[in-house]
Design a protein around this ligand. Sequence first.
Ligand SMILES: *[C@@H]1O[C@H](CO)[C@@H](O)[C@H](O)[C@H]1NC(C)=O
Ligand SMILES: *[C@@H]1O[C@H](CO)[C@@H](O)[C@H](O)[C@H]1NC(C)=O
Ligand SMILES: *[C@@H]1O[C@H](CO)[C@@H](O)[C@H](O)[C@H]1NC(C)=O
Ligand SMILES: *[C@@H]1O[C@H](CO)[C@@H](O)[C@H](O)[C@H]1NC(C)=O
Ligand SMILES: *[C@@H]1O[C@H](CO)[C@@H](O)[C@H](O)[C@H]1NC(C)=O
Length: 796
Amino acid sequence: MNLQWILISLLFFTSAIAETFKNLDSHPKFPCKPPHFSSYPFCNVSLSIRQRALSLVSFLTLPEKIGQLSNTAASVPRLGIPPYEWWSESLHGIADNGPGVSFNGSVSSATSFPQVIVSAASFNRTLWYEIGSAVAVEGRAMYNAGQAGLTFWAPNINVFRDPRWGRGQETPGEDPKVVSEYGVEFVRGFQERRKTKVLKRRFGDDDDGDAHDDDDGGDDGKLMLSACCKHFTAYDLEKWGNFTRYDFNAVVTEQDMEDTYQPPFQSCIRDGKASCLMCSYNAVNGVPACAQEDLLQKARAEWGFKGYITSDCDAVATIFEYQGYTKSPEEAVADAIKAGVDINCGTYMLRNTRSAIEKGMVSEEQVDQALVNLFAVQLRLGLFDGDPRDGHYAKLGSNDICSSGHRNLALEAARQGIVLLKNDHKLLPLNKNRVSSLAIIGPMANNISNMGGTYTGKPCQQKTLFTELLNYVKKTSYASGCSDVSCGSGTGFGEAIAIAKGADFVIVVAGLDLSQETEDRDRFSLSLPGKQKDLVSSVAAVSKKPVILVLTGGGPVDVTFAKTDPRIGSIIWIGYPGETGGQALAEIIFGDFNPGGRLPMTWYPESFTEVAMSDMHMRADSSRGYPGRTYRFYTGPQVYEFGIGLSYTRFDYKIISAPSRLSLLKLLPQHSHKKLLLQNGDEVIRYLELDDLGVNSCESLRFNVRFSVTNTGETDGSHVLMLFSRMPPVLSGVPKKQLIGFDRVHVRSNEMIETVFVIDPCKQLSVANDAGKRVIPLGVHVLFLGDSQHSLSLEF
Ligand SMILES: *[C@@H]1O[C@H](CO)[C@@H](O)[C@H](O)[C@H]1NC(C)=O
Ligand SMILES: *[C@@H]1O[C@H](CO)[C@@H](O)[C@H](O)[C@H]1NC(C)=O
Ligand SMILES: *[C@@H]1O[C@H](CO)[C@@H](O)[C@H](O)[C@H]1NC(C)=O
Ligand SMILES: *[C@@H]1O[C@H](CO)[C@@H](O)[C@H](O)[C@H]1NC(C)=O
Ligand SMILES: *[C@@H]1O[C@H](CO)[C@@H](O)[C@H](O)[C@H]1NC(C)=O
């Protein structure tokens, strides 16, 4: 949030809210408080959510309505409605970045899960769901304690398009399918209302029943909490060159929009049933995202969105102030409301809506529609169902926060997400009985402050990497080497070199922290900051054995020097592993956990920084020397590719069965088949366009790819299976390869398991054409899993 606006907001609120707080004692803490305030129809739980929301709006005066259009919604004392703070954060644990969350009451901390990019690297859907669900339990418990709201602005599901992006760490990586599935699992886990029985089980009662209410959290459905798919859309630049996120115009082709930028949002809404969508600061093809009527309405009309749309903080103001898209603030507000924005994070709508209505730019009815959307979500959350202390989640309290179950889940996420990138001559795991001394070096090695990355709240109990290693080897010494991550000077190298010389094994922790990459801060280089590389190399040069390099940070770093240096035996990426990350790392180093994480993004070399970050094209264009982006399209050299990750054991695959031919004929109704043949005349039909055929699903053509996975090594382990396809290049812009299925499985040493992927050709074997329409290329699609390949011919 821009400072200037924060100040304006504060000033505004001091006066506007003073009134409200004058009678704080008599102020009801929840709406529909008996005996008097419970008699309104909007408190009547027998009515539908829509009826109740309409009823509530009908009681409000225009100033009262306008008072609802900010994240800090005003109270309506005469109706017994207290103020409500919409802005709470929960990206990877309850965080106090927004005003809705505070840690100053009976709850002073909450479980800090690894940053999203790390959990994403587990490729484990169950884990993602469980994290969403655990964070929701803590959120509800904090709400009960008066320290959080019910509406949270997570997950961040923008595709990690450029390695320099300061917020790439907040996302599940660069693959639209992985990002989509992460979003769906997190949102379901977060929003789904648990059965009372299941909640009781947390207090020791028995229950074998289904974990969810019959009510699936759908349209009118009850919500445990509200999650928000953000930032809609094509948002992934903070501050680079002459661009800032506030004024950037993302120029996006129809093709990239359809098969890169939009799929995560479509899934988050359609399959995750998220109850909030947040529009971003940037413009998309000349129109600010919060004024994109077409896109916002499409979410409602075509994806079945039923929640509320919020602007990013002050993203309505930016329409006028930074984007210069409108001639006045009123026009910006009117455009946003007409486009479908229901609430503005910030005060711009509070200040300008009245005048926009008076000038005839937007109508009161349009404001009413926004309020219905807002109240409907609050009603689904149970906010108007009476005293929350009597409600469905009443029992959740401080015991449910930082519980051993949640901290174990955070530990499990770090274990599963950490990626082993290099392990020459099986340097790792170290044998804990044979290591008598260790040295750990680096500015992050003994510092807890950045272990969770952005949007970290107050962790329950955080320990540094150094402290956790001490549990394994008493004689562990530590030197920072550099005074901070920027590592401007080599004055600390001497101490680092000295302890390295004296130890059996040396671990160097290098990489990034939030001083390098964060909100409002992109990187300009992909190399290790400052003199970090010199630190790593100087230490490696004097160590008795090859060193273990541990890399922190969400964005990729060009560590080609370390990849090729034989004195660096192992490389482990830990990202921002959260409050239990130190333990997870120590377990992996000493073989108590077998690593199985895989990189969810491409690691590019430093030369990639010649590409303009502002260039949104996904596809390579050799005519202008543009290399493309992500494993699907990037044609240049890589440091580490998407999906890489080693284990202490070996896995072999074999495709057991999959069809070798598939006729798409039965997709088509007879008449369209004829029409298609007529249209094409003598020309060979090279692909089918799904929209044209009125086809949007091909369930009838779904097929199985069955295969076996054998653990041929001596160690049990979990393994991420990634099934890719390569489609025939019958139209321009076909990806080099595309992930069409993934799963994480556990296989014991010397055992084999069989598993199956179900493939829907319309979804997984299709691509967008130039016009942004989904097409299925005909011809041979090659499916591959590791070295194992299978050819499938799609025919017509
Ligand atoms: C609540 O709504 C139902 C259905 O319209 C109605 O029958 C009932 O009388 C209402 N209850 C109250 C307390 O108004
Ligand atoms: C906690 O912080 C919030 C937000 O800053 C404030 O409104 C509230 O009064 C504080 N509560 C206590 C108990 O200090
Ligand atoms: C920024 O703007 C200046 C002046 O217009 C221009 O010379 C420069 O090339 C721009 N830089 C980038 C990265 O676009
Ligand atoms: C830990 O890192 C933070 C952020 O870089 C820094 O401000 C702090 O001084 C460091 N603490 C120690 C003990 O080095
Ligand atoms: C996936 O995550 C869940 C939850 O942590 C865990 O129980 C399960 O073992 C994981 N699966 C694999 C194959 O690692």
